[in-house]
Design a protein around this ligand. Sequence first.
Ligand code: HEM
Length: 356
Amino acid sequence: MRRRDILTAAAAASTLAGCVPAAGRIVAPPPKRDHQPGVVTPPPGFATLVALDVTGSRPDRPLAALAARIEAATPATVTLGVGASLFDDRFPLSRVRPRALATMPAFPSDVLDPARCHGDLLLQVGAASAEEARVTADDLVRAADGGVRTRWRMDGYRTENTVTAAGLPTTRNLFGFREGAGNPDPRDGALMDRLVWADEGEPAWAAGGTYQVVRLIRFAVPLWNRDPVTRQEEMIGRHRADGAPLAGGPEDARFTYADDPDGRVTPLDAHIRRANPRTADSERHRILRRGYSYGAGSDQGLIFICFQRDIEAGFATVQRRLDGEALERYVLPFGGGYYFVPPSLDGLRSILTTSA
Ligand code: HEM
């Protein structure tokens, strides 16, 4: 069986199933920056993602109902994003489209199923149990009262949802490797301002939001498990048991590849080396990942989620570097999309009322 056959067989199986005084003057305080939860806040153990399309001619009605219900949806953490299609010619919203919001393209090794891609809206519902995430998601969709149609939906979970010694959220993915240590620290506000929150050139309502990329990636777990752990570690660039980099030191070690130009220690096509070559230039391309595993048995994998201030400089640059990596043979990206997460629901309400 070739890789595509294995993965397509799995797909077929799954369809069944304040004011500061300065120099004697009163100056305006810096604008208070809102951010939605679910981006830099620690990821709860479970998440349900629901992509929705607006069905009628008035997005303001279902969105107002949805926003009100989101605000009441404790203790779940709900993050609402908008897709490029919300700003197409169905509604008078094109003038307020986030600067760089585009439709996710297909990358070379993708086999995208249009029914599992894109959407006018994306709800990310995080919760402490799978049931709470699912029930909250159901409730939100119902609140939109027929004004939206579910386009695709995924339930995710984080196995071993803990933190690294330095306090970065980490989880173990279905290939058995720990994920999270390479993330920029979400507690570092200045770093998040540089890498995650979008500001320059955005319409006023969108400043302080972030761009979200979702990729639904099926894993060929049996194929992966046939390889010895040492081979798997070469493909990832970290040790399987504890996440320690092959480059040396503990999981949280700061390291570069400057003393390993030929890839003798960390192979040149290892996932983490391709994803982040750790040079001065690659710093600005870093992304904040928040992945969840999904499924079991013949259809399982990763709901890859990442946030960045600019998708081109972030995800798309990293994804192009990953093109042809050793890991590619074991995975199949089949869905997902690009979304913009506005800083607050009030911002979203403001553009809808103006355009209604
Ligand atoms: C295809 C399935 C994938 C698997 C199994 C996977 C697995 C991993 C693992 C185990 C790590 C090391 C732990 C860590 O640093 O968090 C890692 C790091 C990373 N991955 Fe992935 N990943 C996948 C997809 C992706 C995709 C699609 C992207 C972005 C296009 C990506 C970007 C990164 C980045 C930026 C790092 C951190 C590298 C560093 O700073 O050293 N990964 N991934």
